[in-house]
Design a protein around this ligand. Structure first.
Ligand SMILES: *Cc1c(COP(=O)(O)O)cnc(C)c1O
Length: 402
């Protein structure tokens, strides 16, 4: 291997990022300090939502969303098989049932027609919600999903992990940014290092619904409430008086109540500082990702060995750039030998042994399974140099003798 390895995705940490973290380490707060609030505000603004709740990671975000929307035993929730397993697993954490629906073979996104078919074929009230995923960075048309959700009384959790800054154009030609809360009840993001914004581990939930927002804050910290107006126990109990009446008129300063079964899903203040610092460069990163996508598109557009690709779409956030090829294993291995670490996104979730044990089997979702046989994600990250991208492109052409 002559060249330094080229991964499919990687983080970019600047001197400014490092300074932001160091400053926070020297402050009074390691967890639940002012940096978290700053990160939440900045992220809400970036996504165009009213509220944002920062959490430990994207999976915790999904779990809290499912809990907050009341997923429980007997709940049936629809999602796509072409996603990271966490999009589906959050339903299982709460005891619900995951129903996978097939993808659209060109967009690679959850196909609204396959969702419609499921809904039409079952008595009303069978399903509780839908979890569409802005897969690879392409924004799901949530306006369409919202219409369906209204008709069938479903909630929507948008898994926007791949698409901070992405958008679709609605029926009035207005840009609808991923996670802006206009259509989905809740949206989630991840700040894992391969995602657009890295905080080490980290996640965010956005919403425009104040009640859901409050519930999320509570569940993030053990289900604990600290608000005189919301307590369920009496002031006398809180004071600890053994008399019938303590005479106290207010709850004592130490008092709090655990009212629901919550978790510790907090992010730390120094991770939030890193996230906020990274967020400042998010637009720049997006622009660079779109340039890289244009180069791939231009080079592969008319190539007979490319059966399909991510393509060029306004509002695509390009977490991934995917091409579909024959002899994918051969290409993958050839690229690895050259130090180019392309990746496969994703092995269909419904065919993971865990979901097979729950009854899913091959040919259940033929479009997703066919996509899996051919897809390969090419290196895509803002610091991918033009020389490195040229090398990726020329090695792929070389493999197919173009
Ligand atoms: C990364 C990712 C998650 C999970 O995020 P973590 O922060 O790794 O827990 C969920 N859904 C999708 C689509 C993802 O890409």
């Amino acid at each position: 291997m002559q060249n330094k390895p080229i991964p499919y995705g990687r983080q970019n940490i600047t001197e400014e990022d490092i300074q932001a973290v160091v400053e926070t380490l020297k402050s009074d707060y390691l967890t639940q300090g002012p940096k978290i609030i700053e990160f939440e505000k900045a992220f809400a603004e970036y996504s165009g939502s009213k509220y944002a709740v920062a959490v430990a990671n994207g999976t915790a975000a999904l779990h809290l969303c499912a809990l907050t929307l009341g997923v429980k035993e007997g709940s049936k929730v629809i999602t796509t098989p072409i996603t990271f397993a966490a999009s589906a697993n959050c339903v299982r954490y709460c005891g619900g049932e995951v129903v996978f629906a097939d993808i659209h073979p060109e967009t690679y996104l959850l196909d609204i027609n396959s969702v419609k078919k499921l809904l039409e074929d079952a008595p009303k009230g069978t399903y509780s919600g839908i979890i569409p995923v802005d897969f690879a960075g392409r924004a799901v048309n949530l306006e369409e999903f919202k219409e369906l959700a209204k008709e069938y009384d479903l909630w929507i959790i948008e898994d926007a992990c791949h698409a901070p800054g992405g958008f679709f154009n609605d029926s009035n030609e207005q840009r609808q940014f991923c996670g802006n809360g206009n259509f989905a009840d809740l949206a989630i993001f991840s700040f894992h290092p391969v995602k657009h914004i890295a905080s080490g581990e980290g996640g965010m939930i956005t919403t425009n619904d104040k009640d859901l927002y409050k519930k999320l804050l509570q569940l993030r910290t053990h289900g604990i409430v600290k608000d005189d107006n919301l307590y369920k126990n009496s002031i006398d109990f809180a004071v600890g008086s053994t008399d019938q009446s303590s005479g106290a008129k207010t709850y004592p300063g130490w008092y709090m109540e655990m009212q629901e079964l919550g978790y510790n899903y907090r992010i730390t203040d120094f991770q939030a500082a890193l996230g906020t610092s990274q967020l400042k460069r998010a637009e720049e990163g997006l622009e660079r990702r779109r340039e890289i996508a244009q180069n791939y598109y231009r080079e592969f557009q008319n190539k007979p060995f490319v059966k399909g690709q991510s393509g060029l779409f306004e509002g695509h956030a390009y977490h991934l750039y995917i091409i579909e090829v024959e002899d994918r294993l051969g290409l993958y291995n050839f690229l690895r030998e050259q130090g180019i670490f392309a990746q496969i996104h994703y092995i269909p979730c419904h065919l993971m042994p865990y979901y097979r044990d729950l009854g899913w089997k091959e040919d259940d979702l033929p479009k997703a399974e066919n996509y899996y046989r051919h897809c390969i994600s090419l290196p895509m990250y803002p610091t991918l140099s033009p020389e490195d991208q040229d090398m990726v492109i020329s090695k792929i052409k070389e493999y197919y003798s173009e």
